[in-house]
Design a protein around this ligand. Structure first.
Ligand code: NAD
Length: 252
C-alpha cells in the first residue's frame, strides 16, 4: 500500500461512512492524516470511525445532510474547532436517484438528486474554500462520475448533476489557484459499493461489467488511491482537471 505522506494534514470526507468515501478516508488515515467523516447516520459513522481509528490518527464524525448549506457550514467550522484546520476535502456524498426517462422525470426526483449531488458539492466546496483560505490552502476533490462526461439512459438528474460537478470544479480551480487551493474532479465508472449493488439486479451488473475494458467493476479502494494522490503534495501541478478512473469505460 502506498503512503501518500499526509502526516499532519486534516481531511474531510462527505458520505464517508460507506463505499468510495470510506475508502478515501482509509487511504488518508493510512497515509497519516486526521480525518473527519460526515454522513447521515450516527451508527454507520461510528462503525466506520472504529475501523479508521486502527490507523492511529484522530477520527472525527459529524451528522451532516450536504443538501443543507447551513449544516455544511456548521460542520466545517466544527472540524476546524476540533482538528485545528482543513487541508483536504472530498465532496463525495451522493445518491443514484430515480430511474426514469427524461420525459417522465418527476420534479421531486429531479430536485432530490440535484440537491445532494450538485448543490451539496457546491456547499461543501464553498465551505472548504473558506476554511482553506484561512490556513494557507489545500486540495478539494469533487466526486463526479464517468457520467460527468458521457450520458446514460434513465438517469438524467444524475448525469446533469455530475456534468455540473465537473464544471464547477474547473471554475473554482481558476478562481482559487492564487489561494493555493487545488480543485479536481474524479470520475469513477461503476464501482462495487452499496449504491450500485442495492439498486441493480445481477443481470444488469453483469452487463455493466462488460462495458469496462477490464470486464469488471472497480473497487472503492481503487478510487481511494487516485483521490489520495490528488490530495497529496505529489499532485502539486494537478488542478481543474477531470480524472476518470474507469477500467477503460470511456476508451471507445
Ligand atoms: N458506486 C459507483 O459506481 C459510483 C460511480 C461513480 C461515482 N460515484 C459517486 O461516488 C460517490 C459515493 O458513492 P458510493 O458508490 O460510495 O455510494 P454509497 O451509497 O456506498 O455511499 C454514499 C454515502 O453518502 C451518504 N449520503 C447520501 N446522501 C447524503 C447526504 N444528503 N448528506 C450526507 N451524506 C449522504 C450515504 O449515507 C452513504 O454513506 C457518490 O457521489 C456517487 O455518485 C459512485
Amino acid at each position: 500500500m502506498i503512503n501518500y505522506e499526509l502526516d499532519g494534514k486534516v481531511a474531510v470526507v462527505t458520505g464517508g461512512a460507506s463505499g468510495i468515501g470510506k475508502a478515501c478516508a482509509h487511504a488518508f488515515a493510512r497515509s497519516g492524516a486526521d480525518v473527519s467523516i460526515w454522513d447521515l447516520n450516527q451508527s454507520a459513522l461510528d462503525a466506520a470511525a472504529d475501523e479508521l481509528k486502527q490507523h492511529g490518527h484522530r477520527v472525527h464524525t459529524a451528522i451532516v445532510d450536504v443538501s443543507d448549506s447551513r449544516a455544511v457550514d456548521t460542520a466545517m467550522e466544527g472540524v476546524v474547532g476540533e482538528l485545528g484546520k482543513v487541508d483536504i476535502v472530498v465532496a463525495n456524498a451522493g445518491i443514484g436517484g430515480d430511474i426514469s426517462p427524461s420525459g417522465d422525470y418527476s420534479d421531486e426526483g429531479w430536485h432530490k438528486v440535484i440537491g445532494i449531488n450538485l448543490d451539496g458539492v457546491m456547499y461543501t466546496q464553498r465551505a472548504a474554500i473558506r476554511a482553506m483560505k484561512k490556513s494557507g490552502g489545500g486540495s478539494i476533490i469533487n466526486m463526479a462520475s464517468i457520467l460527468g462526461s458521457v450520458g446514460f439512459a434513465m438517469s438524467s438528474a444524475y448525469v446533469a448533476a455530475k456534468h455540473g460537478v465537473v464544471g464547477m470544479t474547473k471554475a473554482a480551480a481558476w478562481e482559487h489557484a492564487g489561494d493555493n487551493i487545488r480543485v479536481n474532479a474524479v470520475g469513477p465508472a461503476f464501482i462495487k459499493t452499496p449504491l450500485v449493488e442495492k439498486s441493480l439486479d445481477a443481470q444488469t451488473l453483469k452487463f455493466l461489467e462488460s462495458q469496462h475494458a477490464l470486464n469488471r467493476l472497480g473497487t472503492p479502494e481503487e478510487v481511494g488511491e487516485l483521490v489520495a494522490w490528488l490530495a497529496s503534495d505529489a499532485a502539486s501541478f494537478a488542478t481543474g482537471a477531470y480524472w476518470a478512473i474507469d477500467g477503460g469505460y470511456l476508451a471507445r
